[in-house]
Design a protein around this ligand. Structure first.
Ligand SMILES: *Cc1c(COP(=O)(O)O)cnc(C)c1O
Length: 384
């Protein structure tokens, strides 16, 4: 269906097109110089020592789980209110994801107190997901990790360019994972990135990305190496030059796009306060500088979310849900020894609706969406 106001939208301009054309005309498409340039630029943007581009964000998470040593018998603490890939990545290694609750209706990130309650003798890692690009309480999570000897992986899929205390998200923990899927703030179609400050972690990730081989096709092409050894059970999780070229151009646009998203988020907060104050917009007054990836809204208790979303759809406004909690999925329902106790996740997730947010959205359209929200709630009220 042709939405009048879609949930998200991307802007691919002449810069991306000519960068991709240049790669195509170079006759070298697999990982090479353009990927190295993209990695260097990404490392500089985040202020991390090492950056490795990969085929997607899920691969980044899988590699991060392997690199911190997760395996059968281990547990990793994750939120349930995230994309399923966060927990799937733990399971790929044979380890068990253990769900911890979120902080509250205004802070949809992991509650450090809930994380601490979920720690057992088998816990090896915490995966901190920066929901919507808003920072988790990293000082508290790092303190827990130090106290209990745990690794910290950041799922920064939403948080490219976001900060807390002047430090980029993704660089707080042992390893940070980014996604460049087409609805993310920086897109290469499919793609991802790992960042770490630790040289031995970077080396391990480099091996995992490419079959555990000690040299790359690129090195051999450049005449740097004749043969190779295989020293790990690795994967093929490489990106390619076409997507790295896209990423380099998109990275240049990121600061202005994130600014625009933050500005539109402010407009949403103000318009919602005036037109539909019963609807809360989480992360009000949240610390740090968000990448404003999503505009989550939480409906009041007693409103039918389906009817609400249908009412917006009838006005040509696309909405979504972030997220159906992972512990409610069929593939996760029998997971673990007992049903997880996640009262805040269950309550908030059932009332969450994600509203349109992308740099090309106008401030007038934001007000239009909030007016449609107001009408949908009035209709709901008169039905009740
Ligand atoms: C998009 C996303 C992923 C997965 O990234 P892909 O690039 O689609 O594999 C993981 N975690 C979160 C929170 C995401 O939003």
């Amino acid at each position: 269906m042709g939405w009048r106001i879609p949930l998200s939208d991307i802007e691919i301009g002449s810069g991306e097109i000519s960068a991709v054309r240049k790669v195509l005309e170079s006759n070298w498409l697999s990982m090479g110089q353009v990927t190295q340039d993209f990695e260097a630029a990404f490392a500089a943007m985040t202020g991390s020592r090492h950056a490795l581009a990969v085929t997607n964000g899920t691969a980044a998470l899988h590699m991060a789980c392997l690199a911190v040593g997760l395996g059968p018998g281990d547990e990793a603490i994750v939120p349930s209110l995230t994309f399923v890939a966060t927990a799937n990545a733990v399971r790929y290694t044979g380890a068990t994801p253990v769900f911890a609750d979120i902080a509250g209706e205004n802070d949809l990130n992991l509650s450090p107190a809930a994380v601490e309650r979920a720690i057992t003798p088998r816990t090896r890692a915490i995966i901190a997901v920066h929901y919507g690009g808003y920072a988790c309480d990293m000082p508290a999570l790092l303190a827990l990790a130090r106290g209990y000897g745990l690794a910290v992986i950041e799922d920064a899929a939403h948080a490219v360019g976001a900060e807390l205390d002047d430090r980029k998200l993704g660089t707080w923990g042992d390893v940070g994972c980014f996604s460049f899927f087409s609805n993310k703030n920086l897109t290469t179609g499919e793609g991802g990135m790992l960042v770490t400050n630790r040289a031995e972690m970077a080396e391990k990730l480099r091996l995992l990305r490419s079959h555990g081989m000690t040299t790359l096709t690129w090195d051999r092409h450049k005449g740097h190496a004749w043969s190779y050894d295989v020293v790990e059970l690795g994967y093929n999780y490489r990106i390619d030059e076409i997507r790295a070229a896209l990423g380099l151009v998109q990275l240049k646009k990121l600061p202005q796009n994130n600014d625009r998203r933050r500005r539109l988020t402010q407009v949403y907060r103000q318009a919602m306060q005036e037109l539909a104050p019963q609807v809360s917009v989480p992360f009000q007054g949240h610390p740090g500088v968000s990448s404003a990836h999503l505009l989550p809204a939480v409906l009041p208790h007693g409103v039918s979310r389906i009817d609400f979303m249908e009412a917006l759809k009838a006005e040509g406004i696309q909405t979504s849900i972030h997220y159906p909690p992972i512990h409610t999925f069929s593939a996760y329902r029998d997971w673990g020894t007992q049903p997880p106790d996640l009262p805040v996740t269950d309550d908030v997730a059932a009332r969450e609706v994600t509203l349109p947010l992308y740099p090309g959205l106008s401030e007038e359209e934001v007000v239009e969406v909030c007016q449609a929200v107001q009408r949908a709630l009035l209709a709901e009220h008169s039905r009740a």
